[in-house]
Design a binder for this molecule. Structure first.
Ligand SMILES: NC(=O)c1ccc[n+]([C@@H]2O[C@H](COP(=O)([O-])OP(=O)(O)OC[C@H]3O[C@@H](n4cnc5c(N)ncnc54)[C@H](OP(=O)(O)O)[C@@H]3O)[C@@H](O)[C@H]2O)c1
Length: 330
């Protein structure tokens, strides 16, 4: 798989990256560790070298599993992880509260204080079993800490060689502008899929203008755009998807009707719907990486195959016209 360079950092990344949120289990109804390790190992066979994780994904579990899976092969992967979401102690300002798989209520909050980020980096390095992180990202904006302070921590970590590139996630244009005044901002990781296109308005133009990469997260809209999610889909207990707006029954039915309209194009190309959706994502202006989650080797293999799906301008336009008619209740 040909690599792409992430923003001005020049960090080479695979255009399709593996997202390891589900591998953490939390909010996804658990995860099978053997499958997770095999999924990560198999990435290399299919040209995926960039893996995105975060401490919050399973409260350290996703990073730990990733560390195990890449042992002895660390230099063949790019590790993208995050910081700034805490779950120990309390800060009084909760980002959200939810049940983890063990049913324990946790108070989760954003915090991007300088010392805290530096300490978090050490914890992640330990869990990942490495001495550097390729891309370090602020997971969510922390309204209580100046962005400049968080970026100052990143500047120090860059100087120390503990991180190779600095990125953010879920940042607005205003927040990216502030961040990029302190460090060279490589990327912003944002929600982006056929049914979630808000960033086209301002984030994408800003990133194009400022040579900042975009990692499009949840491009399959958490599995919905594979076409497999039926109204009676058997979600595991603890899987948060049924509670999210895109999975509400009306939206699910409307989305599946839309997918049936583009299925003939997928079939014509010998592709699955998931592959067509990922290929469309990578054709959109400003999108550097499609950050696709997968739990198994089979999903990794299929998703990597999206790079072989060639879409013409007319085909992208045809999909967009059908998308324009899709009115979800969000
Ligand atoms: N920065 C942030 O705030 C943020 C937020 C969300 C996500 N992310 C990142 O983005 C990554 C991707 O997003 P995501 O995991 O939310 O959603 P996604 O990539 O849209 O969907 C991933 C899920 O879809 C299912 N799936 C994947 N490939 C499939 C295939 N070929 N056939 C059938 N089902 C398939 C799998 O779940 P099942 O098998 O259970 O259906 C998988 O876990 C995350 O892992 C994470 O790294 C970041």
């Amino acid at each position: 798989m040909e690599k792409r360079l992430l923003g001005k950092s020049g960090l080479p990344v695979s255009p399709i990256a593996l997202g390891a949120w589900a591998i953490g289990g939390w909010m996804w109804g658990g995860a099978d560790k053997k499958d997770s390790i095999r999924a990560i190992e198999s990435c290399l066979d299919h040209g995926i070298t960039s893996i995105d994780t975060a401490p919050i994904y399973g409260f350290g579990h996703s990073e730990q599993v990733l560390g195990e899976a890449i042992k002895g092969k660390r230099d063949r992967y790019e590790i993208l992880t995050k910081c700034g979401m805490r779950w120990e102690g309390t800060k009084g300002e909760y980002f959200f509260t939810t049940n983890d798989n063990g049913g324990i209520q946790r108070d989760i909050y954003t915090y991007s204080g300088r010392q805290s980020l530096i300490a978090e980096c050490e914890e992640s390095l330990k869990r990942l079993g490495t001495d550097y992180i390729d891309l370090y990202q602020i997971h969510w904006p922390d309204e209580t800490t100046p962005i400049e302070e968080a970026m100052e921590a990143f500047r120090i970590l860059l100087e120390q060689g503990k991180i190779r590139a600095a990125g953010v996630s879920n940042y607005s244009v205003e927040q990216m502008t502030k961040a990029s005044a302190v460090v060279e901002l490589s990327s912003n990781q944002e929600p982006y899929s056929m049914v979630r296109r808000e960033i086209e308005e301002d984030v994408v133009p800003w990133c194009l203008e400022n040579d900042c990469g975009i990692l499009a997260y949840s491009p399959l809209q958490r599995g919905l755009l594979t076409g497999k999610i039926t109204p009676d889909y058997p979600f595991a207990p603890g899987d948060s998807r049924p509670e999210t707006p895109h999975f509400k029954i009306n939206n699910l039915i409307l989305t599946n009707k839309f997918l049936e309209k583009i299925r003939p194009l997928a079939e014509e190309k010998g592709a699955t719907l998931a592959q067509l959706v990922i290929a469309w994502t990578l054709r959109q202006p400003g999108i550097t990486v499609a950050l696709v989650g997968a739990r198994t080797e089979e999903q990794v293999k299929q998703n990597a195959g999206a790079l072989e799906v060639d879409l013409s301008e007319e085909e992208v336009e045809m999909i967009n016209q059908k998308l324009d008619k899709l009115q979800l209740e969000l």
